[in-house]
Write a new protein. Sequence first.
Length: 303
Amino acid sequence: MSTSQHPVALRLERIVGGDARLLALVMMLPLIDGVFPALILAGALNDPLGAVQVGLLIFGGSATVAVILAEMTGTPREQAAIVLLVGVPLILLAAVQAALAPAIGSVLDNIIITRFAALVILAIAAKTASATIGEYLPNPVVIIGLGLVASFDPTGATVVVMDDPALVANAVLAAAIGVGFALVIALGGPYLREYMDIDRFRFGSAVALGLLPLSMLGMAFGQAPLAALLVAGVFAIDLPLDRDSSDAADDGDTPASGMGAVTDGGGAESESDDVDDSVDDEPDTGPYPGDDSTDTEGRAPWL
């Protein structure tokens, strides 16, 4: 059930190959193509709940699930070790980018860069939902580059590093949430491969990603992307309830058939009792032939 045709994971697998390199590229891609810094500048990590949402959708998400469940080999402990090997540098790089974000944001127009960040997330959501649509959309790096050019404003440039410790802490939290999510998937791999439909989760994750830009642009969606991702995870789990119900139905048929047999037997016995009673209750119409004492000439002696 866990075989996936995730377009992002398949394309990256053709490029890099290997379990650790593929997982590293998938999880660190938001740091490489500028999506994560754009989200920091757009204010998506201003509160801890927003950091949790970004961590699950950007660093976790369907591409990470597809790589771990459908592409990685080895025992759950070996896969967890690979996740940690990738996750520790991921957390450090996220902290560095959050520390440098104020200096980068001082030369950019926040309103414009927020709009371009929303466009990037929408493009990623479309690529996640359909590989065919993704072929006609520009690469996130191109969109981020255009956003940097359009929002560049050097008049307020300042050299400030890590002037907002809360922002750095939220960035670290987002990266840690993504790594923790990957660890849970790796440790639960034997069960998730059997009971989870990855492609169903992929479509739900695309819906959640599509809601995230609307939330970033100030629309009244709040934490709807996080809720959509949780619902997608619930509906992607396909437990074998049909088999249990059929077994229970089979177990329920046996006593019924037994009771039917008892009822039929009881009916047969009652019918035979009725027959015997009717035979016994018949009136005695005459002497039994053997008891006939009539002395008739020519009658056979046994009559």
